[in-house]
Design a protein around this ligand. Structure first.
Ligand code: P53
Length: 482
């Protein structure tokens, strides 16, 4: 008998959308906000990396400074989210609005007030805020004065920030995540080590070791935040946030298969710790064999054990594929950007991301098998160029097709595989500044924002075709995807 989708998702399933403070708020220097790492990154282009400048350099364009001016327009935007039927809205608290430099003793009241107003506005429409604490926007001062997450002191600064906002919003926010895509920095050479941890490896240091050290301090900080959050409000649900990119072997050659396994281990040790409370055995051995001699104390290991997460938040955009070299050494060093090959069975976006809906079902099963925790898909979506027609309409069937296939894969995982998924928040529900390229033209939204890659435009909001499509998806609780 044909089963229908309508009974598959629970009636309290959290449909919504996701953004991050630095990518949409703007107001970068308003109300005592401090400079964040996002504020010193210029706009790149498709295939051209963003520049990280030493402070703000006159004459350069920094797209996050104004972004889409959500700081002043959030009421209008949340009203549009409510019109789509959002049950939840994922954003982050800009660390630099609360602690402008990161190392102050006392928080900035005007920053705290802004999020009070924002969360109140959400609740007005019955929209549940879902909050990331650190989403690529740490205080730049912590980079300059302390060397970013190379430094153990960062744990205290982060914990102070977490404690402050947990206390302030304990009756307004229930769903939290500690570090956005904490595992993206596995790629090391990539800009992710800077956006996640405020680190650009120096020529005199071992970049891989630095990444493992920063990652360790962050998992400790995350575990402390989980414990403190639960003390402040036992009903808090505090999750990890992992960039889930399944890594496939290029063939059934066992060398390819083992390489893919090691690549998966390398990308997901963060969530191993956050979910299971301990380092995976392979990594203990790997770090020992490499003689990294990291600062990992016995006390840290107790903290990790006591601060496991309540759920796994994940982003999902694509899958990767790897192929073993001819003479692969026994001790693999996974160097992501160098090792990936294109998967011939998958189409690719204009930005080279390989589209793979079945990979989402695979990913949900993988997490469920490994951690046995509820899963929350807190990012998914297609970055694409959109065109505004003369009558102000935006036809985006490509975005609808992408989302539809991925929602179907999620439903398959729930219906066929029994995976527990608590919500789905597509990325960039309103067009915003791309994290990877700094472009406005890499658009994800259901709502179009009139602004271009040079910063020009009226900032006017327009509903795309996908706006009405998603409205119906939510209304039918996922049973009407056409
Ligand atoms: P953009 C790489 C791979 C997977 C997710 O990315 C990634 C990245 C970084 O580019 O980031 C997440 O804007 C991230 C968001 C980001 C979104 O994916 O480069 O959590 O901040 O905007 C999409 O197209």
């Amino acid at each position: 008998m044909e089963r229908k989708n309508d009974s598959v998702l629970p009636s309290d399933f959290l449909w919504g959308g996701a953004v991050a403070a630095h990518q949409l708020e703007g107001g970068w220097d308003q109300d005592n906000k401090g400079l964040s790492v996002a504020d010193i990154m210029t706009a790149g282009a498709n295939g051209k990396a963003r520049e990280i400048t030493d402070g703000i350099v006159k004459g350069k364009y920094y797209p996050n400074h104004e972004a889409i001016d959500f700081y002043h327009r959030y009421k209008e935007d949340i009203k549009l989210f409510a019109e789509m039927g959002f049950k939840c809205f994922r954003t982050s608290i800009a660390w630099t609005r609360i602690f402008p430099n990161g190392d102050e003793e006392q928080p900035n009241e005007s920053g705290l007030k802004f999020y009070d107003q924002l969360f109140d506005e959400c609740h007005k429409y019955g929209i549940e805020p879902v909050i990331t604490l650190s989403h690529f926007e740490m205080p730049y001062h912590l980079v300059k004065a302390y060397g970013g997450w190379r430094n153990r002191k960062l744990i205290d600064f982060f914990v102070r920030f977490a404690k402050t906002v947990f206390k302030r919003y304990k009756d307004k926010v229930s769903y939290w995540m500690t570090f956005n895509e904490i595992n993206n920095q596995t790629a090391i050479a990539d800009w992710a080590l800077f956006t996640n941890s405020g680190i650009i490896p120096r020529s005199d240091e071992n970049a891989e070791k630095v990444m493992y050290q920063a990652g360790h301090y962050e998992t400790v900080a995350s575990a402390l935040a989980v414990q403190i959050g639960h003390q402040i409000n036992p009903d808090f649900k505090i999750g990890a946030m992992i960039a889930m990119v399944p890594i496939y072997p290029a063939s059934s050659d066992p060398r390819d298969v083992f390489k893919a396994e090691r690549a998966m281990q390398s990308r997901y040790w963060f969530s191993d710790i956050q979910a299971k409370g301990k380092y995976p055995d392979w990594l203990v051995s790997y770090q020992k064999n490499k003689a990294f001699d990291l600062d990992i104390t016995l006390e840290d290991l107790d903290v990790l054990k006591a601060g496991t997460v309540d759920y796994i938040g994940l982003s999902y955009y694509m899958s990767f594929t790897v192929k073993a070299k001819k003479d692969e050494p026994k001790s693999y060093k996974y160097e992501e950007r160098k090792e990936l090959i294109s998967n011939p069975s998958l189409p690719t976006t204009d930005w080279g991301w390989q589209i793979d809906p079945i990979g989402l079902r695979y990913a949900l099963n993988w997490f469920s098998d490994h951690y046995d925790l509820p899963l929350f898909i807190v990012e998914n979506g297609l970055g694409a160029y959109d065109k505004v027609e003369n009558n102000q309409q935006i036809h985006d069937p490509y975005r609808i097709a992408y989302l539809k296939a991925h929602i179907q894969a999620m439903i398959d995982a729930v219906q066929e595989d029994g995976v527990k998924v608590i919500g789905y928040t597509p990325w960039g529900c309103i067009d915003l500044v791309s994290a990877g390229t700094g472009q406005m033209s890499k658009r994800y939204g259901f709502i179009y924002v009139d602004k271009d890659d040079q910063g020009k435009g009226s900032l006017k909001r327009l509903k795309k075709d996908s706006f009405f499509w998603y409205q119906q998806v939510i209304k039918s609780n996922g049973s009407q995807l056409d």
